[in-house]
Design a protein around this ligand. Structure first.
Ligand SMILES: Nc1nc2c(ncn2[C@@H]2O[C@H](COP(=O)(O)OP(=O)(O)OP(=O)(O)O)[C@@H](O)[C@H]2O)c(=O)[nH]1
Ligand SMILES: [Mg+2]
Length: 407
């Protein structure tokens, strides 16, 4: 089973770079070809509207030459420009070139299962072009899985357009993607600062942590092997099936804890203590489903003690009562997402804590929209009022659905 990746814009490509640096070292990945093709190339297409980042990230990693696609100029943090392209300077070949490269990658797979995209929610290329590509991929591959791994910006100090861009992207992904794995730059930054006790944290550090979360989930496990112990490479798609089976609530968040000296029980406790438990009114968040992956489980002890660990996880995640089997537990002998000999627990959860971010995007966008702020930048590049009204409607519906699901 093979998955094709598509990394879009600066953030998508830089996070993708950190992800691949971990993934290509994994022995099961090398053997199974789930993420690499028969010639050892990455099953990934890297696209950006400018070439600078692509030149850097492709050094030393086996991308296929025809899968690295760059345009002539960035999209200036503008969703509309990213979505509609730069027609005058001839940059609108980007969409066709990217879809052709994906088609070639899909044709190279013995058994193609789906596509995972990586991009920011707010860069012009990541958000606008990422939205456009997601719509096109849904159209071209209606029966395949489509997962979006997206990065939400820091809450302050970024572009004034970030709320509009996030609104328009979130609504497009809700309509077209099967699952949206959302990571907040602020959350990752805060955890690194707390762990390392340093203020100054680079994007390289943040990306390494995000890559660790994603590879903690996506790398092959021992739990999903064939009878003959062949690694199937179905982790992303089994995660989707377990955690976001309901198309009305498809947002997934990841938490991870890594430490080689603690027992599994202590790791579950530590991981649970990092989870957001309450909203600003003191109301508990709940999870409708989760997958928990233990890596570095050389003795199989994690699954052996599953009956003790699962209730603790359930409590930490505050799982809803209506789901009798809310958590799937997987394990792997080695910890491919961390240093040799270490152990990690990674949880993918469908939690109502996503509502806090969605409401913030809605509130900020609504205030700016009602004041008419910056809208001419969007009209100028081909957006229409309808994009915003359907964006508001879709995101509000997602918020209502989550509140309903955890009632
Ligand atoms: N985690 C992480 N976030 C990044 C990185 N680079 C940019 N971002 C975030 O991504 C958002 C900006 O998006 P970019 O990916 O830089 O923009 P782009 O998609 O290239 O789009 P344009 O440059 O506007 O055409 C901001 O929220 C940044 O904080 C990165 O390497 N890692
Ligand atoms: Mg850029």
């Amino acid at each position: 089973m093979s998955t094709v990746f598509l990394q879009i814009g600066q953030c998508g490509n830089q996070v993708g770079h950190s992800f691949w640096k971990k993934v290509i070292k994994d022995e099961d990945v090398k053997k199974s070809k789930c993420f690499l093709d028969n010639e050892g190339h990455l099953r990934s297409v890297a696209v950006d509207s400018e070439s600078k980042v692509l030149k850097k990230i492709t050094r030393g990693l086996p991308y296929r030459d025809d899968c690295v696609i760059s345009g002539k100029r960035g999209r200036g943090t503008n969703w509309a420009l990213g979505y509609h392209g730069v027609r005058k300077s001839g940059d609108d070949h980007l969409l066709d070139d990217t879809l052709n490269a994906i088609r070639k990658q899909v044709e190279k797979c013995d058994c193609f299962t789906g596509i995972i995209t990586l991009h920011s929610l707010t860069g012009g290329t990541g958000s606008g072009f990422g939205s456009r590509l997601t719509e096109s991929l849904r159209e071209e591959y209606p029966l395949s899985h489509l997962m979006s791994c997206v990065i939400a910006p820091h809450a302050s100090g970024e572009s004034p357009l970030q709320h509009y861009n996030a609104l328009l992207t979130l609504s497009t992904l809700q309509r077209n993607s099967d699952c949206v794995v959302l990571t907040h730059n602020d959350d990752v930054l805060y955890r690194i600062q707390k762990r390392t006790k340093t203020e100054a944290v680079s994007f390289a550090h943040i990306n390494d942590a995000i890559a660790s979360h994603l590879s903690g989930l996506f790398l092959p496990t021992d739990s999903l092997r064939s009878k003959s112990q062949w690694c199937l490479g179905m982790e992303p798609w089994e995660m989707l099936r377990s955690v976001s089976p309901d198309p009305r609530c498809k947002f997934v968040q990841i938490a991870q804890y890594m430490n080689s000296k603690l027992s599994w029980s202590e790791l579950v406790h530590k991981l649970s203590s990092t989870l957001k438990k309450y909203d600003s009114h003191g109301k508990s968040y709940s999870s409708t489903g989760a997958v928990c992956v233990a890596r570095g489980d050389s003795t199989g002890g994690f699954l052996l003690h599953a009956s003790n660990l699962e209730p603790k996880l359930r409590q930490g995640l505050n799982c809803v009562d209506w789901n009798p089997f809310p958590i799937d537990l997987w394990n792997a002998r080695t910890n491919g997402c961390g240093p040799k000999g270490s152990a990690s627990l990674t949880v993918a959860m469908n939690s109502s804590s996503i509502v806090e971010y969605l409401e913030r995007v809605m509130d900020r966008s609504r205030v700016m929209y009602d004041a008419g702020a910056y809208l001419h930048w969007y009209w100028r590049h081909g957006s229409e009022q309808e994009d915003f009204t359907s964006g508001f409607d879709t995101v509000q519906t997602v918020i209502d659905n989550y509140k309903d699901a955890v009632k």
